[in-house]
Ligand binder design. Sequence first.
Ligand code: GUN
Length: 291
Amino acid sequence: MKLLDGKAISAQIKEEIKAEVAQMIDGDIRPPHLAAILVGEDPASQTYVASKEKNCASVGIMSTAYRLPADTSEEELLQTIEFLNNDEEVDGFIVQLPLPKHIDEDKVIKLVDPSKDVDGFHPVNIGKMVLGEDTYLPATPYGIMELLKRYDIDTEGKHCVVLGRSNIVGTPMSLLMSRKSKPGNATVTMCHSRTKNIKDIAASADILIAAIGQPHFVTADMVKEGAIVIDVGMHRIEDASKKSGFRLTGDVDFDEVSKKASYITPVPGGVGLMTIAGLLLNTLKARKAKL
Ligand code: GUN
C-alpha cells in the first residue's frame, strides 16, 4: 500500500503558487485576493475558513473573511455578495456552506458573479465543466484530480465508483473522471443512498471515491484487492486523549482498507489539504484572468 500524500502534494502546489505570486509582486502587480463569507458559528466551517486564511497567507494571497452572525438575514447576505461582486480588489470569493436553514443556498450561489466563483458552484461554471470548457472546478474534485495526476495514476478504462451524489463532490467527481482527459477516461458508476447492492458495486471498483458522509462507511469487504481508494470524508469523533477533544476520521475504515488498497488517501493529510490547494489554484486563476 502506498499513501496518496495530500500533505506533500499540496505543499508542492503551494510552492508553485507562491513562486507565481512572488513574481507578480516583483512586477508591481497586486497579488490575488480571496474573500470568504462565513455565516454562523458551525465549528467545522470556522476551522475551514481559518485554514483557508492561513493557507492564503502562506503563499502570499491576500484574504478577507466576512464573519456574519447566525441570524444574518438572507437579504443582508445577498447584499454582501453584491458588494464582493463589485469590489475590484477581490478576485474571487466563496460562501462557506452549509448556510443556516433560513437562507436559500440556491439563491446565494446564483448571485455570485461566475467570474469570481472560485468554488465553481455557479450553474454557469457547472455547465462549462460539463461541456469540458475552461472554468473554475469545484475545489475538492479539482484537488483529487491533481492528486491522481501528480501520482501519475492510470485511470483510463478503469472502473471508478463514486459513493455520493452531492453537488460539491460526488456529481462533479463522476463527471471529471468520465471525461476524455488524463486523469479521466474512466468508466464511472455513481452510487447513492438508494443504490441497491452498493457493497458489491464498490467491491468491483478499480478506483473507489468515498464521499458519502458517514464515518467508516467503506469497510474492507467493499474494496477489491489492489484498488485505489480516495476518502473525501471528514468527521469529528470524540476523543478525550486529544487536546481538542476530538480526532478526525474519514468515510473509509483506513486501518482495514489500507491492507487491501494499492493506494489510499489518509484522513487527515489527504483530500482536505488538496481541497485547499484547489481553491488557491482557482484564486490564482481568477487573478490571472484580469491581467
Ligand atoms: N462546505 C464544504 N465544502 C465546501 C467547499 O468546498 N466550499 C464551500 N464554500 N463550502 C463548503
